[in-house]
Design a protein around this ligand. Structure first.
Ligand code: ZN
Length: 267
């Protein structure tokens, strides 16, 4: 996961007026899905906020799915709510509630072969259920349990295990670990084929780190070192698959003898 700056979103001409009209219709009782063209119109603009059309939750490339615009706060019912919740309908046309997501993170699926299940669908757990909004109100009142790529602090809380590519908490704090566990489950980040791809990226990264450590500071090997260091930098760039998890793994390799690692992370 990486941080996505929503303020960079470029809205098409006339979109805000269309969104306001749709929001009025929904406030008067219309079904938000009857105006799905409004959020679908933002699909490309949202995709453009993150390179390579990657999913904001898992950093996999998104295929040309129709439902790539996820409502972070669900527009329909909310299955986690303690009382019957008909959805955050008043946010259905608020572009700050949109996240660009792949089908695996967004839609409920069961992987029977590997024994995992997930997909966000109507899930939106909170850290404290008592703070749940059932009508328009200050969103700051609710602390989402799910990690939000549009929150400056959340992306760094999740990493992956070097040996199998499975997602894990980057933090030792129990409350943060709980949020990571909820996110892995709800976004289906432990989907086995995704773990395999993440693992392959981890293997490549760690092989390069081992090489760079061997080359670093050795007379006559400066050029070799530079070329491997550039490869590692590319693997943690926003364009690279699973770059957030690769940063997590690279952070684990920091050492006083190898100051170049911290420099690459900050570059
Ligand atoms: Zn995804």
């Amino acid at each position: 996961m990486r941080y996505i700056d929503q303020d960079e979103l470029a809205l098409p001409e006339g979109w805000l007026a269309k969104a306001a009209a749709a929001a009025d219709a929904v406030a008067a009782g219309a079904d938000p899905n009857a105006h799905a063209d409004v959020w679908r119109e933002l699909k490309d603009a949202l995709a453009a906020l993150f390179p390579e059309k990657k999913c904001w939750y898992c950093e996999s490339q998104v295929d040309r799915a129709d439902n790539a615009v996820d409502h972070f706060r669900p527009k329909g019912r909310v299955s986690d709510a303690a009382n019957a919740h008909t959805g955050y309908r008043w946010l259905a046309f608020d572009h700050r509630n949109y996240r660009y997501a792949c089908t695996y993170c967004n839609s409920r699926r069961k992987d029977v072969v590997n024994g995992t299940a997930g997909g966000k669908a109507d899930r939106f757990p909170l850290v404290d259920e008592n703070s749940r909004l059932y009508a328009p109100g200050p969103l700051s009142q609710e602390k989402p349990a799910l990690l939000d790529p549009c929150d400056l602090d959340d992306w760094e809380l999740i990493g992956c295990q070097q040996e199998n590519g499975k997602p894990c908490a980057a933090s030792q704090d129990p409350a943060e670990q709980h949020r990571v566990a909820e996110s892995i489950s709800v976004y289906h980040l432990d989907y086995e084929p995704t773990c395999k791809q993440r693992h392959a990226a981890a293997i490549r990264l760690m092989a390069d780190v081992d090489q760079a450590k061997l080359f670093f500071g050795k007379p006559g090997l400066q050029e070799h070192f530079t070329s491997v260091a550039k490869k590692i930098r590319r693997a943690i760039d926003r364009k690279a698959p699973f770059s957030g998890e690769m940063i997590f793994l690279l952070k684990g390799q920091r050492h006083d003898d190898h100051p170049w690692i911290q420099k690459l992370i900050e570059a």
